[in-house]
Design a protein around this ligand. Structure first.
Ligand code: NI
Length: 169
């Protein structure tokens, strides 16, 4: 089932999401619906708060027609290591349509999470996937990529957010 995506201005996007405690059918259904919603959009990642569910879970898939990856489901993710090296790349967000800005982030991370069965796993990722994971984990903490834009772009961006969404929050 495709779920409606919460848009910039929505309170749930600013809330710190709560840990998932029940690894049950409801969680599986939520993740299934989130994946369907992400693929339909299309997007490369979607966090539960973006569909109005304030829980610590996200889905991601950076596959392109030339390069197949896979669907990642991370429950209660926690970044345990960041690379010192950072890079800058243009990001967008399904919750902030029409806005694209360069964001500086570490190029590689190590993340600890649980799967749909509640089993722990650790992943080391880099490049676009590392960027995507960081963007989605930010969502679980009420942080949006526009918060990470700095310098002279920040002022222009605020004006644009105000015009497009009627709010800056
Ligand atoms: Ni996003």
């Amino acid at each position: 089932m495709i779920l409606p995506v919460k848009i910039y201005g929505s309170e749930v996007l600013r809330r710190k999401a709560l840990p998932v405690e029940d690894f049950d059918g409801n969680l599986k259904k939520l993740v299934e619906d989130m994946a369907e919603t992400m693929y339909k959009a299309p997007g490369i990642g979607l966090a539960a708060p973006q569909v109005g569910v304030s829980k610590r879970v996200f889905v991601a898939d950076i596959s392109t027609p030339d390069k197949k990856d896979k669907l990642y489901v991370l429950v209660n993710p926690e970044i345990v290591e960041f690379s010192e090296e950072k890079d800058k790349f243009e990001e967008g967000c399904l919750s902030i349509p029409g806005i694209y800005e360069d964001v500086v982030r570490p190029v590689a991370i190590k993340v600890k999470a649980q799967n749909l069965e509640g089993e722990d796993f650790t992943l080391s990722v880099e490049g676009l996937l590392a960027r995507c994971f960081q963007h989605e984990i930010d969502h679980l903490n009420g942080i949006l990529f526009v918060d990470r834009v700095s310098g002279f772009r920040k002022k222009l961006l605020k004006g644009k957010l105000k015009r497009n969404f009627g709010i800056v929050y």
